[in-house]
Design a protein around this ligand. Sequence first.
Ligand SMILES: Cc1cc2nc3c(=O)[nH]c(=O)nc-3n(C[C@H](O)[C@H](O)[C@H](O)COP(=O)(O)OP(=O)(O)OC[C@H]3O[C@@H](n4cnc5c(N)ncnc54)[C@H](O)[C@@H]3O)c2cc1C
Length: 545
Amino acid sequence: MVTNTLENSFDAIIIGAGISGMYQLYKLRELGMSVRVFETGTGVGGTWYWNRYPGCRFDSESYSYGYSFSEEVLQEWSWSEHFAPQPETLRYLNYVADKFDIRDDIQFNSRVKRATYDETSNQWRVELDDGTEAEARFLISATGPLSAPTLPKVPGIDSFTGESFHTSRWPQDPDGFGGKQFDFSGKRIGVVGTGATGVQVIQEIAKTAGELLVFQRNPNWCAPLHNSPITDEQQAEIKAGYGEIFQTCRDSFASFMHTWDERSALEVTAEEREALFEELYAAPGFAIWLANFHDILINPEANAMISEFVANKIRGRVNDPELAEKLIPKNHGFGLRRVPMETHYFEVYNQSNVRLVDLRETPIEQVNASGIKTTAEQHDLDMIIYATGFDAVSGALNRIEIRGEGGQKLKDKWADGPRTYLGIQSAGFPNFFTLVGPHNAASFCNIPRCIEQNVEWVTDVLAHMRDKQLINIKPDQSAEETWTQQVLDDAEQTLFPTADSWFMGVNQNVADKKRTFMLYVSGSETYRKKCDEVAANDYEGFALR
Ligand SMILES: Cc1cc2nc3c(=O)[nH]c(=O)nc-3n(C[C@H](O)[C@H](O)[C@H](O)COP(=O)(O)OP(=O)(O)OC[C@H]3O[C@@H](n4cnc5c(N)ncnc54)[C@H](O)[C@@H]3O)c2cc1C
């Protein structure tokens, strides 16, 4: 048990016990380091611990998402569906934690509020919400790209007297890995938000809700998930074929099981184009997004073609033509924001118990004791579900007061956008590593694939430092500037900057966030090669002493 003294001294402190923090702990233990993980929640799993809302599931193929480092885990664990639901994923992560017996080094119920670098001792001093302090030479954030929930900025949000939850704070099922079950029948439920989470929750609750009101600010380009159970035969193939599965991920743009069609959408005939679009629309997962013509995200004409194709699909699925138009995005092209994967989502709008409230026509004026009041009318509700997303990528880091050399705050340094080297360190913050940080390929990836790369790279640096008896690592200013500029220039080669999205740091509920590209779009394999090259060149761009 950690006490209130600086006897709490470790070689490394990790913040967060999701997939990143768990694996980093496992790897540093292998190096023989003393490690403490601090985690706000009461259990492991991160995203899959917090997001227990009805309908929550993967849009990565399950077997492409699990850890790849242990053959035993790969063979022992059997995913039940191609896109597993949240309780199964959380059960999986608990099984991994048990198998490697990692819980002893994790302190739950422990939110890190401050981390300060002490230049004299070359130590990071970490402070928890309850005032407990600990210190370590190395600080590693594993705080997650989508873990800092945001609520809409509307007056009266606390005055509602019914039940209301942000989807990532859905109450837990006390007896299992999922969320608390509610009986929605006969109830009037309001869902605010129609991003990836909103879509999952809407299509699930629409099955039983007395009345479901969907408060939509911006429609998104949703596409069918085509989930299905994994048969025994498929299970055997998956277990025998993990090598190939991970190689496919490794060779693909974003480490998913989908690789670009190398042709341009413009170089084929209209029939060929339509045929591929149809094939991908009928294929599972992100195929329509990431196995499409390679130029749909970089060429406006190609993008317009796929957008029109998907728009027509929506028109074909929603009975009321006027309503269909409201569900079709008009302010950005297909794939330029994260594509929500759906199962009969558009068909729910043909049901008599579902109603769309278009907030562009009638914005919310206030939340009050009995429900939501828009500029047009009062909607009395029994429950409000906020599927309003996250302060993405840098949000969880910004919620910690992180001070580096000269007392500089990371949040201030990044006020005009993140500045990093390899998305893994920031100048002026020695010995601090950001797993799945901004401008790191892991932020636009089938994330565990990139997490493993991030963690193994950091582990290798620390092993190198131990072997060479080095105690301090930080990026050169010039390496940071070059990397940051390169990331932003690469983004400009795509259409992503044309859309307001969390990729661009846009969240209307976070007032002071600058609009700038937050991810890395040159592909996870390019990123891996760059990281390997830097390591091979004696950690070029980093100053080590
Ligand atoms: C609903 C949902 C579905 C998703 N589906 C997919 C998918 O299908 N495929 C995919 O690739 N990605 C998906 N993602 C992205 C997902 O976040 C990553 O795949 C992955 O779980 C990230 O793991 P992580 O360990 O880096 O972060 P997280 O899982 O977010 O874990 C971070 C942990 O850090 C803790 N933490 C944060 N701040 C502090 C602090 N100050 N002190 C202490 N602890 C702290 C949090 O409590 C959390 O437990 C999804 C995200 C969401 C929200």
